[in-house]
Design a binder for this molecule. Structure first.
Ligand code: NDP
Length: 250
């Protein structure tokens, strides 16, 4: 595996205890970055940080990303732990249950929008001022192909991920002259624990839409994110990068 050079960079990966976030943290560490894993499950975080400890400096913050005060405290604590923050990967997310839009309760809708969209706002709000101190940063948001196409039986998730795409485009423009690049990726379905939240019918639907006829891999997401975190990515901001085995058509 060819590694990008991220030596001397310090990064946050939200939802880093498992799945795509864990793969991203692994890849950033292999490239020389120090990483703080943010997640809400302290035990899972401890387990993940132990597994990664041989690769470099790994710290953790147990935080519920839907709590803006807790997010601000975690950002300050991470800066204290790592010294600075140059990289931010907004990866944490939930799928929520599958249903038609009119069948969701407001609570089900809000849970998905709070975690997948509002939390990205809370984290950027807390971390961007830290990046602005040095006029340097790379922010990568994990959106979804659902945000571009709108998956049936997942309107809350699709709407939240479309919101992440819009947030990325706005923030990218706001920071374009500050040395801070903001991009998002839009993966198609990847086999992780998140799929336990959805029906087999929904998984089959998502897979059937992929021309390559297979699931994406966590390492494929991590490779794209690592590049977006690197200095090799220098003229792309406010952009949407596909990772969909050919599903995305725009
Ligand atoms: P996982 O469920 O494997 O991992 C997500 C992690 O985020 C979990 O550790 C989860 O904790 C954590 N998390 C969720 N909510 C919060 C919260 N409020 N505060 C702190 N941590 C939280 O999912 P994936 O790795 O598959 O997904 C990562 C991202 O990729 C998500 O944004 C997802 O929407 C996106 N994505 C995933 C695709 C897929 O097919 N897998 C396709 C396209 C996009 P806990 O386990 O306690 O819930």
């Amino acid at each position: 595996m060819n590694q990008l050079d991220l030596k001397g960079k310090h990064g946050i990966v939200t939802g880093g205890a498992r799945g795509i976030g864990f793969a991203i943290a692994t890849r950033l560490l292999h490239s020389g970055a120090s990483v703080c894993l943010w997640d809400r499950d302290a035990e899972a975080l401890k387990d993940a940080s132990q597994k990664l400890s041989t690769l470099g400096t790994v710290t953790t913050q147990t935080v519920d990303l839907t709590d803006p005060a807790a997010v601000s405290a975690a950002a300050a604590a991470t800066k204290q732990q790592l010294g600075s923050i140059e990289l931010l990967v907004n990866n944490a997310g939930i799928a929520g249950a599958n249903a038609k839009l009119w069948e969701y309760t407001p609570e089900q809708w809000l849970a998905v929008v709070n975690t997948n969209l509002n939390a990205v706002f809370y984290v950027c709000r807390a971390v961007v001022p830290i990046m602005l101190e040095k006029h340097y940063g790379r922010i990568v948001n994990i959106a979804s192909i659902a945000g571009k196409e709108g998956n049936p039986a997942a309107s809350h998730y699709s709407a939240a991920k479309a919101g992440v795409i819009g947030l990325t485009k706005s923030l990218g423009k706001e920071l374009a002259k500050e040395g801070i690049l903001v991009n998002c990726i839009t993966p198609a379905v990847i086999q992780t624990d998140i799929l336990k939240q959805v029906s087999q019918f929904h998984i089959d639907y998502m897979l059937s839409k992929i021309p390559m006829g297979r699931f994406g891999k966590v390492d494929e997401a991590a490779a794209m994110v690592a590049w977006l975190c690197s200095d090799d990515c220098s003229f792309s901001t406010g952009s949407v990068f596909d990772l969909s085995g050919g599903r995305a058509t725009y």
